[in-house]
Design a protein around this ligand. Structure first.
Ligand SMILES: NC(=O)c1ccc[n+]([C@@H]2O[C@H](COP(=O)([O-])OP(=O)(O)OC[C@H]3O[C@@H](n4cnc5c(N)ncnc54)[C@H](O)[C@@H]3O)[C@@H](O)[C@H]2O)c1
Ligand SMILES: O=C(O)C(=O)C[C@@H](O)[C@H](O)[C@H](O)COP(=O)(O)O
Ligand SMILES: [Zn+2]
Length: 352
């Protein structure tokens, strides 16, 4: 088992390895009641969580929500708050999120808002949830205007990344999670790039890759929970990615949109003279080798309009995370339109 501690006002552990979900009883020992939020597709894992908690004396009950992005809506949140009221969830109690990143984002948001904040323990079951979504305390839901536009910073009390769960995860979802892993390689950890170049499937060294990605995230959020500095670099590739997700009505996998966004950001940095052609090409080649999309055809004007309500935007300024060389992220404010158009041309040429 690997343990990574995330620093902050209330430090917490991320446990990674087979069987770590069984630690749930220990983590919530002495908690009177817990609401286990999950979708139907994760009923077995959630049922095991409920059972473990009950064996530890926690009155645990399941709260079922829709699967995937359909969970991240104001209507679903309102329904879950009703359930919490029915269960009599108080401030001594806790929420447990069992599922992919969409369900852990929702569960975290519910915990942040119920009674103005109760504890949440995240049990991510997708690779993307393990390496990214369940860690760091960004919680939220989508709105008609865009991705994750309503939410709160609410760090979990613990994260149990049980790698046994990955056995049932569809291959496309696993690949989607790898997009956030390679992102960590580009912004901070060259060893991740080496491991993925050697085995683009990510299957040979999965636990090592998870631990390295979680460490990159822990280093950033431990220093900057509220996304005012270093944490923004975790948004590498996300400005275009979130716009794609929005214009596609959240029908694209997050990691697939991030994959295109990474190639776009590299092309933008190359156009701005910050990243070498070889390093930009390395983005495209590695992402493609991993079986992730490197191109997207869509309405450029519509995408640019949506990018303007990205959370990194300030007033009229568009801000992008770009690399000043591999492993050296920085913010590029209001890039020349010609650079944006060049990056768009570079990603809109092929097929998905
Ligand atoms: N809060 C953050 O910091 C953060 C970071 C990255 C991504 N996110 C968010 O996470 C979401 C994406 O997460 P995701 O990629 O996990 O997608 P997801 O939550 O939509 O899950 C994808 C699919 O995989 C299924 N699934 C999950 N675990 C499974 C398992 N073990 N076996 C079988 N099926 C399983 C789910 O039921 C779902 O159908 C997006 O909403 C994104 O915005 C948040
Ligand atoms: O944790 C962060 O900070 C990130 O930017 C990680 C991203 O991978 C993640 O998709 C996050 O939810 C995006 O945050 P947002 O603030 O741009 O919605
Ligand atoms: Zn992301």
């Amino acid at each position: 088992m690997r343990r990574i501690t995330v620093a902050g006002e209330r430090p917490y552990d991320v446990l990674i390895g087979p069987g770590v979900q069984a630690q749930l009883g220990l983590v919530l020992d002495g908690t009177p009641r817990a609401a286990v939020v999950h979708s139907r597709s994760l009923a077995a894992a959630a049922g095991a969580a409920v059972e473990t908690l009950q064996q530890s004396g926690v009155a645990a009950e399941a709260v079922v929500v829709p699967d995937g992005e359909a969970a991240k809506t104001a209507e679903v949140a309102a329904g879950a708050w009703e359930e919490f009221g029915r269960l009599g969830l108080t401030r001594s109690d806790a929420v447990v999120g069992v599922g992919g990143g969409a369900v852990t984002d929702l569960a975290g948001f519910l915990a942040a808002t119920w009674l103005r904040g109760v504890r949440v323990v995240q049990v991510p079951t997708s690779l993307l949830g393990m390496v990214d979504a369940a860690v760091g305390g960004k919680t939220g839901i989508n709105t008609a205007a865009g991705k994750n536009l309503v939410g709160a910073f609410h760090p979990p009390a613990a994260v149990l990344a049980d790698t046994d769960a990955l056995a049932g995860l569809p291959e496309a979802e696993f690949r989607s999670g790898l997009a956030e892993v390679v992102k960590c390689g580009f912004i901070a950890d060259g060893r991740v790039l080496e491991l993925l170049a050697a085995d683009p499937s990510g299957r040979a060294e999965t636990t090592e890759l998870i631990a390295r990605a979680v460490q990159v995230k822990a280093d950033a959020v431990g220093e900057d929970l509220y996304d005012t500095g270093r944490r923004e670099f975790l948004n590498y590739g996300h400005t275009l990615a979130h716009a794609i997700e929005r214009v596609e009505d959240f029908g694209w996998r997050h990691g697939e949109a991030v994959a295109v966004g990474l190639v776009f950001a590299a092309e933008l940095a190359a156009a701005a003279g910050r990243l070498s052609r070889a390093d930009a090409d390395r983005h495209r080649e590695l992402v493609a080798a991993m079986g992730l999309p490197t191109s997207y055809r869509g309405d450029w004007a519509a995408l640019q309009a949506v990018m303007r309500i990205d959370k990194k935007a300030r007033g009229a300024s568009l801000r992008f995370v770009v690399l000043d060389g591999l492993g050296n992220p920085t913010i590029l404010t209001d890039p020349d339109q010609a650079w944006l158009d060049a990056a768009w041309a570079a990603v809109s040429g092929g097929t998905r």
